[in-house]
Design a protein around this ligand. Structure first.
Ligand code: GSH
Length: 214
């Protein structure tokens, strides 16, 4: 399968899931500004007209978008890795967490904070309205190792999103000790450590590329 990704973006969750499963994939880097696929210079918008990563091309050639869908596809395709759940209530819980991370945290809190073009008033409004999502997470994670009763694709997504607090100084993780310790524990997991280390190098190269082009 092909995974279109940008360094340290939400697509890193799928890389973590694939590393957990020990599965092979073609990782195709997309420049988030130009939407060029670095490997061959092609236009990523021809694959996903929205220009958003992650985008997955399956071995059958089907193109799948949206983190929540891609992560569950990977969990279902690689059941031996135990990254998903059997159908039933636990599966619904997995959906619940993927939706919470995607909407409340990823889009609701972090996207506006990470956006250099968002006005300070917008960031202030977002913090007022959505910081409570971290209080909710703090309460839930206290005394728990993972979102479900085992490491799942939802944890791969959550650690990817919490990793962005590196670049969002108003969100100081020390204020949420259970979230902080969850993040530190997951960061030390081999699949996560490898993904972050690799993508951080690519991220530095991306910054350098953008500077050179400016
Ligand atoms: N709804 C999409 C959102 C994906 C998304 O926001 N991806 C970001 C990276 S974290 C992106 O590609 N941003 C580039 C852009 O906005 O042009 C999903 O859940 O997969």
């Amino acid at each position: 399968m092909d995974l279109y990704f940008s360094p340290l973006a939400c697509s890193m969750a799928t890389r973590i899931a694939l590393y957990e499963a020990g599965a092979e994939a073609n990782y195709l880097e997309v420049d988030p500004k130009t939407k060029v696929v670095l490997k061959d210079g092609s236009d990523f918008r021809k694959v996903n007209p929205l220009g958003l990563v992650p985008t997955l091309r399956t071995d059958d050639g089907a193109v799948l978008t949206e983190n929540a869908a891609i992560l569950q596809y990977v969990a279902d395709r690689l059941p031996q890795a135990g990254l998903g759940t059997a159908p039933g209530m636990e599966r619904s819980r997995l959906h619940q967490w993927l939706c919470f991370i995607g909407t409340e945290l990823h889009k609701g809190l972090f996207v506006p904070l990470l956006d250099k073009k968002a006005a300070p008033e917008v960031k202030g409004w977002v913090l007022d309205k959505n910081l409570s999502r971290l209080d909710y997470l703090e309460n839930y994670l206290s005394g728990r190792d993972y979102l479900l009763d085992h490491f799942s694709v939802a944890d791969a997504y959550l650690v990817t999103v919490i990793n962005w607090t590196m670049a969002t100084p108003p969100v100081e993780l020390a204020k949420w000790p259970a979230v902080k310790s969850y993040y530190e524990r997951l960061r030390a997991r081999p699949s996560v450590a490898k993904a972050i280390a690799e993508e951080f190098e690519l991220y530095k190269a991306e910054i350098a590329r953008h500077k050179a082009a400016a």
